[in-house]
Design a protein around this ligand. Structure first.
Ligand code: NAD
Length: 264
């Protein structure tokens, strides 16, 4: 049986190492026959990303800081040089000053608020605009969000409003691009220990809390996220757009602490 992604090409943005959510998604896309390019932020990360990309049969790496619109233009020009069209993009990028991912949200500085919104939200809009121009026959674009967009999670602070804005952006982008058969969705992943997550204060407590209280009584893995990513990026999800799909062991449905959950 041919793979679900056979004949499809796309860009993976936000791979840092083999713990990245982007890696969980890329691995499953590869298994199903997708051809991928990878963008990375800065030379230091290239050393990590290149061997990972090569292990999935890709030598197509592009350096791109998404806060720089010229760099984004150059990235899509490089992509277009090799591939006239693409079928999918994974946007797995978020950033905030870790000094403000502890303490109180009320203390957020204007500078960090704007930077967080720029890198974690506006970049999705800017990427979608450029990607859509390379999707004449339609396509699928995916971003990553977190429950802190919906409810208050300690220390998530400014990332909460940023993820809310990201999820709303997914809806507006889906509406704009729906007539071109371009689908835009988000996965709301449960907490997973990654480089980005390590910047969040008391992240181990968040992990433990989710493990003990989610319906599945466990945390999710990048493989769980990868399976959902594959679905949303493939034609299996041809009727799905504007959606925030929870891959969180069911945690988002919980209203109060589970009866049998031990104290932590
Ligand atoms: P990660 O550290 O592996 O990935 C974050 C990526 O963002 C890195 O590759 C980093 O280089 C990139 N990035 C940051 N600033 C950038 C910039 N200016 N230009 C280009 N790239 C930039 O961590 P991750 O947890 O895999 O994060 C991926 C996405 O998943 C993020 O949006 C994150 O908020 C989201 N997410 C993570 C979790 C979790 O618990 N780990 C849960 C839900 C959602």
């Amino acid at each position: 049986m041919p793979g679900l992604m056979e004949g499809k090409r796309g860009l993976i943005m936000g791979l840092a190492n083999d713990r990245s959510l982007a890696w969980g998604i890329a691995k499953q896309l590869h298994e199903q026959g997708a051809e991928m390019a990878f963008s990375y932020q800065g030379e230091a990360l290239e050393r990590r990303v290149r061997p990972l990309a090569e292990s999935l049969g890709s030598d197509f790496l592009i350096e791109c800081d998404v806060s720089d619109m010229d760099a984004l233009d150059a990235t899509f020009a490089t992509l277009k040089d090799r591939w006239e069209t693409i079928d999918f993009v994974v946007h797995a990028i978020g950033f905030s000053d870790k000094n403000e991912l502890r303490g109180k949200y009320v203390d957020t500085s204007l500078e960090n608020f704007l930077m967080t919104m720029n890198i974690s939200v506006y970049s999705m809009v800017a990427v979608t605009k450029r990607a859509s121009e390379m999707m004449p026959g339609g396509g699928s674009i995916l971003t990553l969000t977190y429950y802190g967009a919906e409810k208050v999670v300690p220390h998530y602070n400014v990332m909460g409003p940023a993820k809310s804005a990201l999820e709303t952006s997914v809806q507006y982008l889906a509406m704009d691009l729906g007539p071109d058969n371009i689908r835009v969705n988000a996965i709301s992943a449960g907490p997973i220990k990654t480089l980005a997550a390590s910047g969040i204060g008391d992240f181990r407590y968040i992990l433990k809390w989710n493990e003990l209280n989610s319906p599945l009584r466990r945390n999710v893995t990048i493989e769980d996220v990868g399976g959902a990513g594959l679905y949303l990026l493939s034609d299996l999800a041809s009727g799905v757009t504007g959606e925030t799909h929870h891959v969180d062991a069911g945690y988002n449905v919980i209203g109060m602490k589970a009866e049998d959950a031990p104290d932590i």
